[in-house]
Each structure stands twice: as C-alpha cells, then as structure tokens.
Design a protein around this ligand. Structure first.
Ligand code: GTP
Ligand code: MG
Length: 457
C-alpha cells in the first residue's frame, strides 16, 4: 500500500441531500484543495489544525459550489495525515465534479476502507478499533452500537494488551530458564508462571463468555419455526415478514424445502427459517424435508415450536416441546381465532415454559411474540460497565487459539514437559493475541478486513 499518495473520496451517500462531504488525506491534501478553493476567510496553507474556511470551489473561472472546508493537520486527524474535508451541497453531480477536480490536481481515488487502513498503519488505532469503526457504521441496535463504541474506545485492545503483558513476563522467565539452565530457577519461578498463566486464561475466558452473544448481535439471530404439519408455521412466517413469502395451504406437508428470511425487531436482525412439518411419513421428498428441519433446529439460536390451538395436543407436539432446550425456545399456540376466547385444556402441560398464544390469520398476539423474541435474544446480556465483549468471529477464533495454547503451557509446566515446549506454546499465544490487535495479522487478511469497508471510510 502506497502511503505517499494523497487520497480522496466522497464520504456521504450519492443521493440528493442537505450536505455532501468529500474527504482528502495525505501530504498534498491542503495544497490540492487550495488550487480549487477561493476563500473569503484567508488562505488554507500555513494554517493550524481544526480550522474552518468558507468559500467557493471553482474550476478556473467557473464557480461550482459554495462550501465549508475543514483542515485537520497531521497528526491531529483521523488518518494522522493532513486531512481536508469539503462540505458541499449534497448533489451527486456536484460531489462527483469536486472529486474530479481533486483528481485533476493529483489526488487518487481512495480504495474501500483506505482512510481507516491508514489510521491503522500509522498506529492511530489498532485492528479491533478499525473493526469497531465498521461495526459502528453498520450498527442498527442499542446493544450493537454500545459494543462498537466500547471497542472503538480501545477497551478490547487494552484488555488484550493486559493479557499479552502477563504472557510476555511469563514467557521471559521460561526463556531465561532455557538460556541459563544452571541458574536452577525452575521451582522458585514455575509456580509463579503457572499462577500468571492461569490469571491470563481467566481474563481471556471472561472476554469469550459472551462472544457468541456478541457475534449474534452483529450477525443476526437465527430462529427456526418448527411444528407438526398444518399448524401454521408458514402462515406465521408470512405474518412476521408482512409478506406472502411461503406457500400456505390446508394440505398437511405443504412446505418441503426450508425458507429463510430476515426481520428486524428493535434494530436486531432475526433470521427466520420456516421448515417442513415434522411427522412420520413414507413420502421420500417429505422425509428429506423433515431431515432438513431437524438440521435447522439443531443450529438455530432460538426455536418457535408451533402448536395448533384449535386441535388436541398429541404425542408428536409433546415430543417436539420436550426435545428443544427450555432457554432457547418459545411455544407458540397458533389459531387462537378458532378458540373463541377459551384456553385449550392442555395448556397446563406447558407450565414452567415460555409460551404465547397468537393467530397468524388475524395477527393477534404477534406484536407480543416479537417482544418475547427480542427479550429472549437479549436476556441478561447487556454488557456491564467493566465487561469486555469479543464481537467478531475473527477475534473470537484468535482468542480461542490463545487460550488453547495457554492451557497447553500450564499442562506442560505441570507435567515438567520441558521449557522448550512451554516457550513454544507461549509464543503461539502471543502470536494469536497479536493477530487480534493487528500486530501479527498477515497482510492478505488485513486486505480482506478493510475491503469490507465502504469507500470514504
Ligand atoms: N383459523 C386459522 N387458520 C390458520 C392460522 N394459521 C394458519 N392457518 C391455516 O392452517 C393451514 C395450514 O397453514 P400453513 O401455514 O400452511 O401450515 P404449516 O405449518 O406451514 O404446514 P406444513 O407446511 O404443511 O407443515 C392453512 O389452511 C392456513 O390458512 C390461524 O391463525 N388461524
Ligand atoms: Mg408450511
């Protein structure tokens, strides 16, 4: 990556709007903009940081737009380079025109995520903070944005650095005993080593406790709709989607292939999967559908077990309810419009379980079902003030690698396996921790991470 170029990009969406922002970063940022800008409040060059100018962008004699220009001098800017932001009117035509003029003066179009990548490469932020920028741009819920803010403030970075320094101390003791075997530091220090490594393990475990939940908030929560044929699974999916997505008929066994669609509840994405009704059947296609239903069931975060409230409860319903974990499931009694206000006499079977009555036909109870889903997905899981959460798959895998090698190191010390082996495990751990914060992350992986950003960020 060439850090000598001056890069430019349109930062705001290319849609008519109140304001449009174009960002320029690099050694030539100020002089490039100066060529296009007639200021009513003084020259851009030779000014300090965080200054605001008012004036016109022009193409030779032709005026293009009246703008505000903000100067942020190196190193007090997002990228740590000189950064200039031009606030123009939010016309896609004007924004493109200004970008063209900047290129004519020698700026290069920024690649996806290149501003953030420069901030990372110049050491302004670490990789977890860079990833938090992306999460914050895409945050769509209270919890998602709170986690991104926590990470952007460097809390995960600090926590990982803390673990790293503990491991570095231990590692140097172990390495010393390899280099100076005659010093006989073995028994004095190895107990202390084990204690330190155990402390590091416990810190890492705390970060990993909620990792799966953090991941779900970021990636969406999977919800399977299961039940006997004809109980109204597809009707309920359509009702929640507010769309006639799945085929509904009164013939049991209508759904053969599963259908997956997303809804948002209070900003969290839920991926709903309608499945084939589960029953004993000799029909080959239906059996395959049922096999897939069981697969979907086993990999879903939450399960809605749908029961037909207008019918008698049977052994198949009960078996499904018994088979799903209590904390992951909600029993949905459907078709209450047929029940004329009466509760089915078998309702007592579900005491101690989470259940709710709805009608996919009239929508009665469906808002309450959405609230229950949200509640179940976020139960007891808001981060406490000093809790650090890992929220992405890459960080989670690296933290698990680090933890695994620490556990091996403890085992090695306890079994007196030889310092070389223990030292190797500790090195593996340090590499994995370095991967989390971006110190040892391979270039191609870095490229992949930043390519997920939009141009201009
Ligand atoms: N009265 C009433 N009928 C409903 C309700 N929900 C679904 N139905 C009817 O029940 C029948 C079956 O609905 P589906 O949504 O196809 O049921 P399913 O569980 O997806 O069935 P399979 O795909 O065969 O497993 C259809 O005739 C629906 O119109 C409801 O809340 N009230
Ligand atoms: Mg169906």
């Amino acid at each position: 990556m060439n850090l000598d170029d001056t890069i430019a990009a349109i930062v705001t969406p290319l849609q008519p709007s109140g304001l449009g922002v174009i960002r320029v970063s690099g050694k030539q940022a100020v002089s490039i903009v100066e060529h296009l800008f007639k200021s009513s409040t003084g020259k851009l060059e030779n000014t300090g940081s965080n200054e605001l100018f008012h004036g016109w962008i022009h193409d030779d004699e032709k005026l293009i737009d009246r703008v505000l220009v903000i100067i942020m001098r190196s190193p007090r800017s997002y990228t740590t380079e000189d950064v200039v932001e031009i606030q123009c009117h939010g016309s896609p035509f004007i924004m493109r025109k200004i970008l063209d003029l900047l290129m004519r003066q020698g700026a290069r179009l920024a690649e996806s995520g290149e501003f953030t990548q420069r901030a990372f490469l110049h050491g302004r932020i670490d990789l977890t903070q860079a990833e938090a920028v992306l999460d914050l741009v895409h945050a769509s819920s209270e919890l998602g944005s709170a986690l991104a803010v926590q990470q952007l403030r460097g809390k995960l970075y600090n926590a990982i650095e803390d673990v790293r320094s503990q491991v570095v101390t231990t590692s140097s003791l172990v390495e010393a005993s390899i280099d100076f075997p005659e010093e006989d530091i073995e028994f004095v220090h190895f107990d202390e080593c084990i204690r330190q490594i155990k402390r590091a393990c416990s810190d890492l475990k705390k970060m990993l406790v909620h990792a799966n939940h953090g991941l779900r908030v970021r990636e969406g929560i999977s919800v399977a709709l299961i039940g006997r044929p004809n109980v109204g699974k597809s009707s309920l999916l359509n009702r929640l989607l507010k769309d006639q997505r799945a085929i509904v008929t009164n013939v049991p066994g209508t759904t053969r292939d599963y259908i997956e669609e997303s809804i948002q509840i209070k900003g969290i994405a839920f991926r709903l999967t309608d499945t084939a009704g589960i029953r004993n059947t000799k029909d080959l296609i239906e059996s395959e559908g049922i096999r897939q239903s069981r697969n979907v069931l086993s990999r879903s975060d939450l399960i809605l077990v749908i029961i037909d409230g207008g019918e008698k409860l049977n052994e198949e319903d009960l078996k499904l309810v018994r088979d799903v974990e209590k904390h992951k499931s909600i029993i949905v009694i459907n078709k209450i419009d047929l029940m004329a206000g009466r509760e089915p006499e078998w309702l007592s079977e579900f005491s101690g379980r989470d259940y709710i009555s709805v009608s996919a036909k009239t929508a009665e109870g469906c808002d309450e079902l959405e609230s229950k889903l949200y509640e179940k997905a976020t139960l007891d899981v808001s981060p406490h003030k000093d809790e650090i959460w890992i929220t992405n798959r890459r960080q989670k895998q690296a933290a698990e690698r680090a933890l695994e090698s620490l556990l091996k190191a403890i085992q090695g010390l306890e079994d007196s396996k030889g310092e070389e082996f223990v030292a190797e495990d500790l090195r593996t751990c340090l590499n994995a921790l370095g991967d989390i914060v971006g110190q040892t992350t391979p270039d191609d992986l870095l490229g992949q991470i930043f390519s997920e950003f939009c141009i201009g960020k």
